[in-house]
Ligand binder design. Structure first.
Ligand code: SF4
Length: 112
């Protein structure tokens, strides 16, 4: 093999690798934006039939929560320390959104 051929083989993959890395780097901000939008808009609502939600007696409204032992008026997801308002999320249910007017037995007061 000639030195030119060896030189091309050595530099070819390196240049190709650089271009691949540049293309991936250019996509990273788009992926972050997309994942932020999904978090803000796309969490499926937590169903009361979810096994963990069932265990915590999760209810989607204050009206429904009133029938659960341990419920106290005024306690709801939107004033729970585990609630994340930017996506109507709950730290106990990271794959779902919860109803701001909902409630469950894991309700925690926000620190004052
Ligand atoms: Fe709602 Fe808090 Fe229960 Fe999560 S832990 S479902 S935010 S009451």
């Amino acid at each position: 093999m000639s030195d030119k051929l060896l030189d091309r083989e050595y530099h070819g993959p390196s240049r190709r690798r650089f271009l691949q890395m540049a293309a991936v780097s250019a996509l990273i901000p788009l992926l972050n934006l997309t994942s932020r939008q999904v978090r803000a808009d796309g969490l499926p609502p937590l169903e009361e039939s979810n096994p963990t939600a069932l265990g915590l007696s999760y209810k989607v409204s204050q009206e429904e929560a009133q029938s659960v032992e341990g419920y106290e008026p005024g306690r709801k997801c939107e004033n729970c320390a585990l609630y994340t308002p930017e996506n109507n999320g709950c730290r106990l249910f990271p794959a779902n959104s919860v109803a701001p007017d909902g409630w469950c037995k894991a309700w925690v007061p926000k620190p004052s």
